[in-house]
Design a protein around this ligand. Structure first.
Ligand code: ZN
Length: 411
């Protein structure tokens, strides 16, 4: 199973925008850029919208059929753990083993000792000029902070592998408070290799904020240095450890990072490395913008969803607290939104950084408000279908012009 050099996490909360997303990937293909689509939907999302992995598979199959997509595609059990992996096994062929919750827990002493002893030769060895300095302190830190998480990834991998021989394996450590440095990433990859996890994609936490649906917040120069070192670390890890030759970095909360795409694009091309970029979550925001710009019922529904979300901010952001940052005082009050036109609603919501009406707090709240849309159930999906044309164009435009072109085509 080959993921290819470039791949993107696509899909959407309600499984209705697969075709519009594949169209964007087909446009990329016409420009000579091959991107493998991966439908990703986390356990958290399935819980909130009461869907099942089989629904995602059926939606993906339908989109593939209707667009005539002829190259491989995958289905990602995104952010899963041993507690919830079972229902994904039959339907998925890509598993994102989320071990963030295990970071900082103490590994058994025997494992810690073995890890420190067997990797002592790496310390100060400078096996490549491209690698950051590997000190004894760093090795110790990784043993204390990450070894247990790696062991959990190994357990989960073994469990899935007992049921399924061939799948793409991602390990994610992004939903945690402190970033992993490139040196730590190198030793984490060594630990994954030691414990027999053939990781294809690794999602570290980078420095700065990767909030859902909005641009990167942080020092772009610093990020560029860190990301370049991460790429070199991955390249060396593939050479030195027993890891798959297609190992690459995965970026979660990857949509809307407009200020980073030129940097990431330049660096992956410089080193001829691959990337996996997860963007699925924000597709539903294009759906909402399309509802607002569509017919009257669509606008009414979009407003209702926001007004309800305003009453339930705490509940909605709770599952996303490490990847969302809402300034409540900037949220427009219900009375104001109630009188908005479709254009006003869409302008506040759509991520056009130069549009003074764009409101990132409004956008982030709506990003997590899909739970409310799910409560509208058939009413929501009927409205989406009724405005399919407007919505589909927004979805394709968002993915192609704002993401693919900036990241892969440097345009
Ligand atoms: Zn993630």
């Amino acid at each position: 199973m080959q993921l290819g050099t470039y791949s993107m996490g696509i899909g959407d909360r309600f499984g209705l925008q697969g075709k519009a997303q594949l169209r964007a990937l087909q446009m990329a293909a016409r420009e000579g850029i091959t991107i493998t689509p991966v439908w990703n939907k986390s356990n958290r999302e399935h819980e909130l919208v009461h869907s099942e992995p089989i629904d995602t598979r059926l939606a993906a199959e339908e989109a593939v059929r209707e667009t005539g997509w002829g190259t491989p595609w995958f289905l990602d059990a995104d952010h899963i753990s041993r507690a919830n992996v079972d229902r994904f096994i039959e339907h998925c062929n890509f598993f994102t083993l989320d071990v963030s919750d295990y970071i900082g827990r103490k590994a058994p002493e025997e494992d810690t000792k073995r890890f420190l002893r067997s990797n002592a030769p790496l310390v100060d060895s400078k096996s490549s000029p491209d690698l950051p300095d590997l000190t004894e302190g760093l090795l110790q830190t990784v043993a204390e902070k990450y070894l247990y998480a790696v062991m959990e990834a190994a357990e989960l991998y073994t469990y899935i592998h007992a049921h399924k021989k061939d799948f793409i394996c991602e390990v994610s450590m992004d939903e945690t408070d402190t970033p992993q440095t490139p040196g730590e990433l190198f030793l984490i990859l060594k630990a994954l290799s030691d414990y027999g996890v053939p990781v294809n994609t690794i999602a570290p936490k980078f420095s700065g904020r990767f909030n859902k649906g909005v641009d990167y917040i942080g020092d772009i120069e610093y990020f560029a240095q860190e990301f370049e070192q991460d790429l070199l670390v991955v390249r060396e890890a593939k050479k030195q450890f027993s890891l798959p030759p297609d190992l690459k970095i995965s970026i979660h909360s990857g949509s809307d990072k407009f200020s980073l795409y030129p940097v990431i694009g330049r660096l992956i091309r410089k080193y001829d490395e691959g990337i996996h970029l997860k963007t699925a979550g924000t597709t539903w925001l294009e759906e909402l913008a399309g509802l607002a710009l569509g017919n009257e019922d669509g606008l009414e529904l979009a407003k209702r969803i926001y007004i309800k979300a305003l009453d339930r901010v705490d509940e909605l952001i709770q599952p996303y607290r490490t990847v969302i940052d809402i300034k409540r005082e900037h949220l427009p009050p219900a009375e104001k939104v109630y009188h908005w036109s479709g254009e006003e609603f869409a302008a506040a919501l759509r991520h056009e950084p130069r549009n003074p009406s764009f409101n990132p707090d409004f956008r982030q709240l709506l990003h997590v408000a899909y739970k409310i849309a799910a409560e509208y159930s058939n009413i929501y999906t009927q409205n989406v279908r009724a405005n399919e044309k407007v919505i589909g164009e927004l979805v394709t435009d968002n993915l192609y012009n704002k993401h693919i072109r900036k990241l892969f085509l440097n345009k």
